[in-house]
Design a protein around this ligand. Structure first.
Ligand code: NAP
Length: 471
């Protein structure tokens, strides 16, 4: 894939970039290693001041950055502005909480024969972050803010279609005051990832992206015994039970499926509706999906912009065509839009069944699959019946059912009477083929730390403990 900014609303290539040479990558890794030596010795207070300065820059430059993201990947300008604000908020959140999250954890010293024993969190070094284009600022910030606060340094390999957003981020942290090399963007293709992971100066990797990329990166990191965090795809269920507020469920379902032009890992993708309320939900949902305005993502009244790449649009189109050829019904949308950009309208498809691709695969565009079930057990079985396990939504006002869904849905998160989203305060991640590890909250900042055990004995001959038992 070439490294270029191509406007998805027009298909026009606006700027191309030569990939960095292996010598340039080597020099960047050298700068990262040197920066780590400096950053690991700085205080939480110092790092918090730099990260807060980055948040202030994001607030001050919100509109320009938002326009850049919309130009590179087609999300609506309103969504892009909200993303910038979310990044600034997350940066401030980690600036405020990192020190407490990484405070020493004392153990009962007497029980381990010590005068003092505790776990200490220490940074591990340069971490490679391989990131996608769909939330080009947020995906990076949710890695970078905790990583930098922990004292790690970041090497960003961003998606090849958002190079200017990558360069903005490269400059952002330096302008905020972090030492040169603490956060760098590497303009390289995916073929450069494995050699970077092989470099002993790079200590770990995080990927947000597709399942094939996850397999490739985990395998390459595994060969070098390096830790990975993988945030991969999802085909999140959105279950609607008879006690739900159907109008509200249909309204939120529309947003949950079509936000970010339908290109979100945690978008609700499979709508599993109890037969008692199926017709009412279906009518309301299809009406709302049909009413969304598709168009210029820069325009204030646009709900859904173009898909980010022509390849992405082709793949959504092929999945819908496959379902239709095997007997599914399209209730709205289903035809690519006219014009030079990569348009695909909000679409609802019913009567899905195996072996239709949409039954099992993630659909990365504004296309909803609609399913009818007749019981709680059938709903849960269907909800859990894919290889993914990222988020899950359940709509019910029955308190007992709410508890059961929280327990039974096999996913990294369960949102009841709401749509899946991310907050710096809550852990984020998946199970099964949606990946492993967690981002955000205290869990996220600890992923790339050495949890170091410190045991201090009395150091006098009467002291017991040292060597009492060894493994
Ligand atoms: P993708 O093809 O996997 O790309 C993501 C990143 O991985 C890009 O930087 C890409 O580089 C790189 N990459 C791709 N193949 C690679 C390989 N074999 N080795 C090393 N690096 C590789 O994903 P996408 O199609 O652009 O993004 C959509 C996917 O990401 C969906 O499945 C979505 O669900 C998932 N996603 C997950 C989350 C989450 O938090 N769980 C969030 C957002 C998106 P190039 O651009 O140079 O190819």
């Amino acid at each position: 894939m070439s490294i270029a900014t191509t406007n998805p609303a027009t298909g026009q290539v606006l700027k191309t970039f030569d990939p960095m040479t292996s010598e340039q990558v080597d020099a960047a890794i050298g700068r990262a290693a040197a920066a780590f030596d400096t950053l690991r010795r700085t205080s939480f207070g110092q790092r918090a001041r730099w990260l807060t300065a980055a948040a202030d820059l994001l607030d001050a430059e919100r509109d320009q950055v938002a326009r850049l993201m919309t130009t590179e990947m087609g999300k609506t300008l309103a969504a892009a502005k909200a993303e910038v604000t979310k990044c600034a908020d997350a940066a401030r959140f980690y600036a405020a909480h990192a020190e407490a999250y990484l405070a020493d954890e004392p153990a009962d010293a007497a029980q381990v024969g010590a005068v003092k024993a505790y776990a200490r969190y220490r940074p591990i070094g340069p971490v490679l972050a391989v990131m996608p284009w769909n939330f080009p600022l947020w995906q990076v910030m949710r890695f970078a803010a905790p990583a930098l606060m922990a004292g790690n340094v970041g090497l960003l390999k961003h998606a090849s279609n958002v190079p200017q957003t990558a360069l903005f981020l490269d400059e952002l942290f330096r302008r905020a005051g972090f030492p040169a090399g603490a956060f760098q963007a590497l303009l390289v293709g995916s073929d450069a990832v494995e050699p970077i992971l092989d470099d002993p100066r790079v200590r770990a990797a995080t990927l947000t992206g597709s399942e094939p990329a996850g397999r490739a990166i985990a395998a390459a990191a595994g060969r070098q015994i390096k830790k990975t965090v993988l945030e991969l795809g999802g085909s999140d269920p959105f279950v609607v039970m008879p006690s739900a507020d159907i109008a509200l469920a249909a309204q939120v379902a529309t947003t949950a499926r079509c936000q970010n032009n339908g290109q979100s890992c945690i978008a609700a993708k499979r709508f599993i509706v109890h037969a008692d309320v199926y017709d009412a939900f279906c009518d309301e949902f299809v009406a709302r999906m049909s009413a969304l305005k598709v168009g210029d993502p820069m325009a204030a009244d646009t709900d859904v912009g173009p898909l980010a790449t022509d390849r992405g649009r082709d793949s959504v189109e092929e999945q819908v065509a496959d379902a239709v050829a095997k007997g599914a019904r399209v209730l709205c949308g289903g035809q690519r839009g006219e014009g030079g950009g990569w348009w695909y309208p909000p679409t609802v498809v019913a009567d899905l069944r195996p072996p239709m691709r949409m039954w099992a695969e993630e659909v990365f565009g504004p296309v909803a699959g609609l399913f009818r079930v007749t019981s709680y057990d059938e709903a849960v079985e269907l909800a859990n019946g894919t290889s993914y396990g990222l988020g899950a939504n359940a709509w019910t006002t029955d308190a007992g059912e709410q508890e059961r869904f929280a327990e039974d849905l096999d996913a990294g998160s369960v949102f009841v009477n709401g749509m899946t989203t991310s907050y710096p305060q809550l852990p984020f991640g998946g199970v099964k083929n949606s990946g492993y590890g967690r981002e955000l909250s205290a869990h996220g900042i600890r992923e790339f730390c050495n949890v170091k055990t410190v045991w201090v004995g009395e150091g006098k001959s009467a002291g017991a403990g040292a060597g009492a038992h060894s493994e």
